[in-house]
Ligand binder design. Structure first.
Ligand SMILES: Nc1ncnc2c1ncn2[C@@H]1O[C@H](COP(=O)(O)OP(=O)(O)OP(=O)(O)O)[C@@H](O)[C@H]1O
Ligand SMILES: [Mg+2]
Length: 243
């Protein structure tokens, strides 16, 4: 079904970096409604840089980003209002505030309703009066996802979802992300260090190495050719497996 839809997010040959020095070179990617793209790669590969450029927080040196039929520019607030939402690796939470106050601040008129968000993360409802800073890492990540959903994302970019989380917590969160993407037909770009867990729920994957695309393929292909992912992590560029 989603194969026939036009991409809601298209990165076309983007080069982006800092102080005129490229950190990501010639990256192209397309994500359709309801699809999850796993953006993988070792530390310093350019994953965060790619996400920041996608929401308009970093200027492109060349190439273009198109989201929801419009080119992305540097107006990040406007991009967010249009539904291009980043969950940063810092999670963007107010640690001194309660769970419910964090959620109230994130609420948008056209976003997902609070009850719906609580239905995805019932534990947050039982913890709604707890101070955010006292939640566990996994609970804070649920809160960060819940906040992003309240803003009504159509394109959701998640940086290091599992930072500091146990594999069990990641195994709990990723399938929920899969069903939320399906239900809302949300396009997701997921930066994730747990490669197998990410490939388990993603539709496609890109492995970056030193700012270049070392591998781009469907997640199904990479699940059955896991050695190619390893090779790409070590910078051995392999042919694009996507047919
Ligand atoms: N503000 C900055 N100024 C200069 N160089 C930067 C800046 N931020 C990142 N870089 C460099 O850009 C490159 C890509 O960094 P980036 O943060 O995108 O990597 P990453 O794949 O997200 O890594 P990690 O897995 O460690 O989060 C690295 O070489 C990094 O040192
Ligand atoms: Mg990063």
């Amino acid at each position: 079904m989603s194969d026939k839809a036009d991409p809601v997010l298209a990165l076309d040959d983007i080069t982006v970096g800092y102080g005129g020095v490229p950190a990501v070179r010639g990256l192209s990617a397309a994500v359709r409604p309801g699809e999850i793209l796993a953006l993988l790669g070792p530390n310093g590969a350019g994953k965060t840089t790619t996400l920041l450029a996608t929401v308009g927080a970093l200027p492109l040196m060349s190439g273009s980003v198109t989201a929801l039929g419009e080119p992305i520019d540097r107006r990040i607030e406007r991009n967010a209002r249009r539904g291009v939402i980043l969950v940063p690796d810092s999670r963007g939470l107010f640690h001194k505030l309660s769970v419910s106050d964090n959620l109230r601040l994130a609420k948008r008129r056209n976003g997902t309703g609070l009850d719906t968000v609580y239905s995805y993360f019932p534990r947050l409802k039982t913890m709604r009066s707890r101070q955010c800073g006292n939640l566990s890492g996994g609970e804070q990540q649920m809160l960060a996802l819940a906040k992003a959903l309240l803003a009504g994302p159509k394109v959701l970019l998640i940086d290091e979802m599992s930072l500091g989380l146990s594999p069990v917590a990641v195994q709990d969160l990723l399938p929920r992300l899969r069903s939320i993407a399906d239900e809302h037909q949300m396009a997701v770009v997921l930066v994730e260090q747990h490669i197998d867990l990410a490939l388990g729920i993603a539709d496609s994957a890109i492995v970056l190495h030193h700012g270049r695309v070392a591998l781009s393929a469907s997640a199904a292909e990479l699940r059955s050719h896991r050695d190619r992912v390893e090779a790409a992590y070590f910078g051995r560029t392999v042919d694009d497996l996507a047919s």
